[in-house]
Design a protein around this ligand. Structure first.
Ligand SMILES: Cc1cc2nc3c(=O)[nH]c(=O)nc-3n(C[C@H](O)[C@H](O)[C@H](O)COP(=O)(O)OP(=O)(O)OC[C@H]3O[C@@H](n4cnc5c(N)ncnc54)[C@H](O)[C@@H]3O)c2cc1C
Ligand SMILES: NC(=O)c1ccc[n+]([C@@H]2O[C@H](COP(=O)([O-])OP(=O)(O)OC[C@H]3O[C@@H](n4cnc5c(N)ncnc54)[C@H](OP(=O)(O)O)[C@@H]3O)[C@@H](O)[C@H]2O)c1
Length: 510
C-alpha cells in the first residue's frame, strides 16, 4: 500500500488535483466531500508517485513505510473507505476557470478577515489578471483560527499557514492589519473604494448554554478557553481556575476533544508547541485529574471525527475512558465505536478523559461558583432528536467548559440571521431578508456564510463558490462602480485608529 492520508488532513482537496490517477476520494465535486471527515487514498490504484505529498499543505500524506506507530491506524482507514466506494466510478474534479468580462477598469475587491476562508477567496480572485485584493484584518497577525483555534500542539495542521503566506506574497494583494471593519472603517466606506466586499469574519463568539447557573464563575465557553491557551489577545489575560479535581466539558465535537486533551496531557509535552506561555505555566500547576466530556446524544452520534479520535487515543500520556455499558446499545461496525470498545483500561495515568453519553445539561450548581453540573439522562428517538427521561445525574466539577459550537456576530451595515448566527446569503451573495434582494457588491465566505462547521479546507470550495458568484455579477454588470476614494461617506469619528484605517484604505487604492 503506497501513500496514506493521516490525521492532520484539512480536506482542502489540493492532493486530489495533484493526483494523476484520481485515487484520492471523495473529490470536491462529490456530494460526499462536504461531509467527509478526511480524504482517503485508494491503496489499489495509487501509483506511489508522491505528487499528493508535495501538494498537501499540512504534510498529512506519507508513504505507508513512514507511518509512525501512532499513525498506522490510518492505513486501514484509507483502505476501508475505498473498499466501500471503489464500486463507484471515480469523478473528475473539474471547476471551470473564471471567465471575466473586461469592463475597462481592473476589479478591486476588499476582503474582511484573513482566516482560511479569506485566503482561499483571495487565492481564487488573484487568478484574474489585473485584479487587486485588499485584506482588512482586525488583529495584528493573519490566519484567523489557524492561529487562535487549531490546538497549539497540532503543529502539522498549523503548517497550512505557509500556504496562506504564499498567497499573501502575490503582488496584487495588500494586507492591512489592525483594522476592524464596522469600528474603524464602515461597510459603505469599503464599498466606496472597491467594486465588491467579501466578509470572511468567521464566528467570533459562542453558542450560550441556556440553563440555570450557566453564568456562575468557573463556567466558561470554549471560545475563551481556546483563546486563552492560544494567546488570543481577547482572552490571553484570563485566569482559569484549575484548582479542582474535575472539569466537565459540555459537547463532544472536535473542539471539546482538543480542550480535554490540553487539560489532561503532561504539560511537558506542550512545551515547545505554540501554546501561550502563561497557559502552559498555569497547566503545570493544574490539579485537574479528570475531564468528563458529556454529550447529550449517544456514542453513535459523537460529533468528534474519526481522525481526531484516532489521534487522541494515540496521544502519549492521554488516558481515555468510556463505560462499556454506555457503548452496549451501539451497533457494531462503526469505526468510532469499535475504537472506543477497544480502549485499554486506564491504569496508572495521573489524568484521564472520560467520555459520557446521553446527558443533557440541566443546571449548573454552586454557591457563588461552579461546584457541580446536573444533567438529565436522555434517549434519542428514531429521528435523532434528544428526548429527556426525567432521570438526573449530578457530576461534581470546579470547571465547566461549554463547547457547544461557535457563533457569528452581527456586523454594522449588514443584515444578520440571529437564529443561525450567520449573514443571510444565497451562494455567498448577501441578501436582505426583508426583500430577498441581493445587497449589491457584498459577499460572504467561510463560517459567517455557512455557520461554524467544517475543516480548514472546507472553506476552499465555499470561497470559490462565492468568488464565482461575484465574477458572474461583475460580468452581468451588477457590481456597483466605486466612486474615487474621498467621494465616499466621511468617517463619523476622527479617532486615531479610524484615521489609520482610512489611511490604509487610501493606500490600498493609490
Ligand atoms: C478551536 C478550533 C480548532 C480547530 N481546529 C481545526 C483543525 O485542527 N483542523 C481543521 O481542519 N479545522 C479546524 N478548525 C476549523 C477551522 O479553524 C475553520 O473551518 C476555519 O478557521 C474557518 O475559517 P473562517 O475564515 O471562516 O474564520 P476564521 O478562521 O475565524 O477567520 C476570521 C478572521 O476574521 C477576522 N475578523 C473578524 N471580524 C473582523 C472585522 N470586523 N474586521 C476585520 N477582521 C475581522 C478575525 O480576526 C479572523 O482573523 C478548528 C476550529 C476551532 C474553533
Ligand atoms: N482537528 C480538527 O479537524 C478540528 C478541530 C476542532 C474543530 N474542528 C471543526 O470545527 C467545527 C466546530 O467544532 P465544534 O466542536 O465547535 O462544534 P460541533 O462539531 O458542531 O460540536 C458541537 C457539540 O455541541 C453539542 N451541543 C450543541 N448544542 C448543545 C446544547 N444546547 N446542549 C448540549 N450539547 C450541545 C453538540 O451535540 P449534538 O451533536 O447533539 O448537536 C456537539 O456535541 C467542526 O466542524 C469541527 O470538525 C475540526
Amino acid at each position: 500500500m503506497p501513500h496514506v492520508v493521516t490525521q492532520s488532513c484539512v480536506g482542502d482537496g489540493s492532493c486530489v488535483f495533484a493526483c494523476p490517477v484520481n485515487c484520492i476520494q471523495p473529490t470536491p465535486d462529490d456530494p460526499a466531500f462536504e461531509l467527509a471527515e478526511m480524504l482517503h487514498i485508494d491503496p489499489v490504484t495509487c501509483v506511489d508517485c508522491g505528487a499528493c505529498v508535495t501538494a498537501c499543505p499540512v504534510d498529512a500524506i506519507k508513504p505507508h513505510t513512514k507511518l509512525t506507530a501512532d499513525e498506522t491506524a490510518f492505513a486501514g482507514i484509507n483502505a476501508e473507505y475505498h473498499s466501500v466506494t471503489r464500486a463507484r466510478a471515480p469523478m473528475a474534479p473539474v471547476r471551470p476557470p473564471l471567465r471575466v468580462r473586461d469592463r475597462g477598469e481592473p476589479l478591486r475587491v476588499a476582503i474582511v478577515g484573513s482566516g482560511p476562508a479569506a485566503m482561499y477567496a483571495a487565492d481564487e480572485l488573484l487568478t484574474i489578471p489585473g485584479l487587486r485584493v485588499s485584506i482588512y484584518e482586525r488583529r495584528p497577525v493573519p490566519d484567523g483560527l489557524v492561529r487562535t483555534g487549531v490546538a497549539p500542539d497540532h503543529r502539522r495542521t498549523r503548517r497550512v499557514s505557509r500556504q496562506f503566506e504564499q498567497i499573501r506574497r502575490h503582488p496584487g494583494l495588500t494586507m492591512h492589519y489592525g483594522v476592524q471593519v464596522g469600528r474603524d472603517v464602515t461597510h459603505d466606506e469599503l464599498l466606496a473604494g472597491h467594486h465588491a466586499v467579501i466578509y470572511a469574519v468567521g464566528a467570533a463568539t459562542d453558542r450560550r448554554l441556556q440553563v440555570p447557573g450557566a453564568e456562575l464563575p468557573g463556567a466558561i465557553p470554549a471560545t475563551a478557553l481556546v483563546g486563552w491557551y492560544n494567546g488570543h489577545p481577547d482572552h490571553a489575560g484570563r485566569t482559569i481556575d484549575l484548582s479542582h479535581r474535575r472539569a466537565v466539558v459540555v459537547g463532544n465535537g472536535n473542539v471539546a476533544l482538543d480542550i480535554a486533551r490540553i487539560l489532561t496531557v503532561d504539560p511537558d509535552t506542550l512545551a515547545g508547541s505554540d501554546i501561550a506561555p502563561a497557559a502552559l505555566e498555569a497547566l503545570r500547576g493544574s490539579r485537574i485529574e479528570e475531564v468528563v466530556v458529556a454529550a447529550r446524544r449517544g456514542p453513535a452520534h459523537s460529533a468528534f471525527t474519526l481522525p481526531e479520535l484516532v489521534g487522541l487515543v494515540a496521544s502519549p500520556g492521554v488516558a481515555l475512558a468510556v463505560d462499556p455499558q454506555e457503548l452496549a446499545a451501539a451497533a457494531a461496525g462503526d469505526p468510532k465505536i469499535e475504537l472506543l470498545r477497544g480502549l485499554p483500561p486506564h491504569t496508572g495515568s495521573p489524568r484521564r478523559i472520560t467520555l459520557r453519553y446521553n446527558l443533557a445539561p440541566a443546571a449548573v450548581r454552586g454557591d457563588g461558583r461552579v461546584e457541580a453540573m446536573t444533567f438529565e439522562r436522555t434517549t434519542v428517538d428514531e429521528r435523532g432528536a434528544v428526548v429527556g427521561t426525567g432521570e438526573h445525574e449530578t457530576i461534581d466539577a470546579g470547571l465547566l467548559v461549554t463547547s457547544i459550537g461557535y457563533r457569528g456576530v452581527p456586523l454594522g451595515g449588514l443584515p444578520f440571521d440571529d437564529a443561525a448566527g450567520i449573514v443571510p446569503n444565497q451562494d455567498g451573495r448577501v441578501v436582505d431578508p426583508a426583500t430577498g434582494a441581493a445587497v449589491p457588491g457584498t459577499y460572504v465566505v467561510g463560517w459567517i456564510k455557512r455557520g461554524p462547521s467544517g475543516f480548514i479546507g472546507t472553506n476552499k470550495g465555499c470561497s470559490q463558490d462565492t468568488v464565482a458568484a461575484l465574477v458572474e455579477d461583475h460580468n452581468d454588470g451588477r457590481l456597483p462602480s466605486p466612486p474615487a476614494i474621498g467621494d465616499g461617506p466621511r468617517p463619523s469619528a476622527a479617532v486615531t485608529h479610524r484615521r489609520r484605517a482610512r489611511r490604509a484604505l487610501t493606500r490600498a487604492l493609490s
